[in-house]
Design a protein around this ligand. Structure first.
Ligand SMILES: Cc1ncc(COP(=O)(O)O)c(C=O)c1O
Length: 454
């Protein structure tokens, strides 16, 4: 495709007009769908359209998202869906939470991005709030935009502080897809195609197996391989909402101290209340040395992520070079204004308690359905195919084809769920924490219908 600046000028103008239009007609909606499909296929990723067919086709017109509030969103033709995916943990506060939107709007009119030289107050406010809400002695934070950047920062910080280069991570772990985070991932599908990744030693051990972690620490100590940190998700998300045994995190804490190794909690998905506590590690009162947060930290409105640590560890971020770690676009005023509101709403509404209560309501009902349709479910997972805590829930099927049909059946009935990125073996139920009990009941009814239809 050759360069065509005139076309780019008119095309961007056309979309500026559409974006500023308060609503669209049905005819315009259909045009937008066709245009979006063409744009995805020709300029973004045809594979996305093919892979997501089960959940994008709803009747004659592909579903193209447009608006939403709470746990409900609408496509461009006005069809309504209950969101049980929550943007993979992005939308704990629901779609377009009014307090977060109001904060961002107000800040937008003042100053959206920092000068990079003066002190931008909101960055300091958010850093203080993070110190107030994170466990233990965590006191300093760095802000960026994506979860993977937060994990990258955590890895770099652990390396700089310990002056060691090894990491122990978990099988099936998901930490993001830039090179450092990707190296820590526990899945060949994503690690293998790009070839050689992080240069230091990385050991993958089964998640939840404290003995395996201890054995690996012991082997490394005996052969003289220096380990900087153990990095894990408190409850594995992308692996399918896998909850470790209760002694796992306390033992990780104990053994990392014993071996002089840092403990990093990747709270990108579990953080901000998702699992029924404000942070996943709070289930076991564990205080990590470094914590990575993202997704719902931006209230589902702005991209914001953070890695946070103690004053002692943060010294290497401040001295001798305070610019050892920077980013121009991350942690700007709009992002911070969103996160400040997101923290306020999360605390005010005690969203983690809502997640715990709604999870306690939903999980037994999902288990009862799994018992009735046990021929479909994979009992290797918690004996009945249902795993998770709070509103981070996995339904594990024996056959991905069944998972695919259940996801498609739910979508046809107006409920969005999704597999774990490339597999429908596991379907995640991860709604906004503000989902109502009535909406949960509707989801359960539709799930039963979808299972019966399979
Ligand atoms: C635990 C965990 N860490 C890191 C990431 C990466 O976050 P992002 O997609 O924002 O880069 C994810 C994303 O799903 C995640 O679940």
């Amino acid at each position: 495709m050759s360069q065509s600046l005139d076309e780019a000028l008119t095309y961007s103008r056309r979309w500026m007009d559409i974006i500023r239009q308060p609503s669209v007609t049905e005819e315009e909606g259909k045009q937008i769908i066709e245009e979006s499909k063409r744009n995805f296929a020709e300029h973004f990723n045809q594979g996305w359209l093919d892979y997501r067919k089960s959940v994008t086709e709803a009747g004659d017109w592909a579903a193209t998202e447009w608006t939403g509030e709470g746990a409900i969103f609408r496509d461009v033709l006005g069809r309504e869906y209950i969101d049980c995916l929550g943007g993979y943990g992005l939308l704990d506060l629901g779609w377009a939470h009014p307090d977060v939107v109001a904060n961002v709007r107000a800040q937008l009119n003042r100053t959206p991005m920092p000068s990079q030289e003066l002190i931008d107050p909101l960055r300091g406010v958010l850093a203080r709030l993070m110190a107030l809400i994170t466990p233990g002695d965590i006191k300093y934070s760095f802000f960026c935009a994506s979860g993977t950047e937060a994990v990258e920062g955590a890895i770099k910080l652990a390396k700089m502080y310990t002056r060691k280069s090894g990491f122990i991570v978990a099988l099936k772990a998901f930490h993001g897809k830039t090179m450092g985070s990707l190296s820590m991932m526990g899945k060949a599908d994503y690690r293998q195609p790009p070839g050689t990744l992080y240069g230091g030693p990385i050991y993958h051990v089964p998640f939840g197996d404290a003995d395996a972690v201890e054995r690996q620490l012991d082997i490394c100590a005996k052969v003289g391989i220096d380990i900087a940190a153990v990095l894990m998700e408190p409850i594995q998300g992308e692996a399918g909402a896998i909850v470790p045994p209760d002694d796992f995190w306390p033992r990780l804490r104990e053994m990392t101290k014993q071996y002089g190794v840092l403990l990093i909690a990747d709270e990108v998905q579990t953080g901000m209340g998702r699992t029924g506590k404000l942070w996943g590690v709070d289930h076991w009162d564990v205080q990590p040395d470094i914590l990575a947060a993202a997704k719902s930290l931006g209230g589902g409105v702005m991209p914001v992520s953070a890695f946070c640590s103690t004053e002692e560890i943060w010294q290497v971020m401040m001295y001798p070079n305070p610019f050892i770690h920077t980013t121009t676009t991350g942690g700007g005023a709009l992002a911070c204004s969103a996160a400040i509101a997101a923290i306020n709403v999360t605390l005010r509404e005690k969203l983690w308690e809502q997640a715990a209560e709604k999870g306690n309501y939903l999980i037994p009902k999902l288990k009862a359905l799994a018992a009735r349709y046990s021929q479909f479910y994979d009992a290797h997972y918690d004996g009945d195919g249902i795993t998770g805590r709070g509103l981070l829930i996995g339904m594990h099927f024996q056959d991905p084809e069944v998972g695919y049909k259940v996801a498609a059946g739910l979508f046809k009935r107006g409920v969005l769920v999704a597999g774990t990125l490339t597999s429908a073996h596991t379907i995640r139920i991860e709604p906004p924490l503000v989902i109502t009990y009535e909406q949960i009941d509707t989801v359960l009814d539709h799930l039963e219908d979808a299972l019966a239809a399979v």
